[in-house]
Design a protein around this ligand. Sequence first.
Ligand code: 3HC
Length: 269
Amino acid sequence: MGHGIVQVLLRHGYSVALSDASESFLAKGRGRIEKGLARDVEKSRLTAEQRDEALARLTTSTSLDSVAAADFIIEAITENFDAKASVWRELDARAKPGVIFASNTSSISITRLAAVTRRPAQFLGLHFFNPVPVMKLVEIVPGLETLPDTVDRSEKLALSLEKTPVRVNDFPGFISNRVLMPMINEAIYAVMEGVAEPQAVDAVMKLGMNHPMGPLELADFIGLDVCLDIMKVLYEGFHDSKYRPCPLLEKMVAAGRLGRKTGRGFYSY
Ligand code: 3HC
């Protein structure tokens, strides 16, 4: 999601220092940002000059030192507590005072992530939705120690990006994934139990419920690995069997059928 968040920030006048684990990830990210901004020019949301000026405000680096000067840091790495905690410890050691720390986590406890830093009062969840340039929602998730000023400044940032911030409390999956993922997981159970083919499950939800994508098409779009990670957070967070990940979901992830990003999930791409 990082490239979508960067595209939106650049489009709204911010300077962005993008950091990723390797030069090849950075090149891929930059390519997607350029493509997204080119789309904005095509659709007359930006002029070609504004696009060039926006791209000139983007710097990239594999070193986290590059974000040391930032006023606002948004982390959007893989949905895994240990990986996120390790990046946040490094960011905490480098970032300047007064900075806001925001995680784009889909489901992990903000309070727990904030506690690995020395500034939990300045830490919160800022949860964007895919595709970021299109979706209006940003979930704003204060942790137990987050100060109201941190929340206010983050809501202002979201509004300045023409997003609609919605404040929710720090519980596993927040609201979005607590409601969405069990629906996707149940759709996968229905396929596993032979109730219907994926196309039929998706047709029911699109035509009967007016969802823009069926749950299995959406799971492929989000990434089946991400869906599984989120189900695990819900299951482990609530200790309730109603959130158990569907064995077919686990099997597909084990096989590397992760959805669009690997060319195969419930559908082929
Ligand atoms: N990236 C960027 N922009 C995209 C895109 C993508 N992957 N897919 C579509 N778009 C843009 C198009 O360019 C178009 O914008 P423009 O014409 O104004 O430039 C606009 O979206 C509409 O696209 P289309 O007309 O081609 O297609 P649709 O009308 O079918 O809309 C959709 C596509 C917006 C993706 C729609 O199918 C949709 O809303 N799907 C559901 C998405 C959803 O539920 N997202 C939330 C996922 S959960 C999540 O992110 C949370 C995380 O924690 C898991």
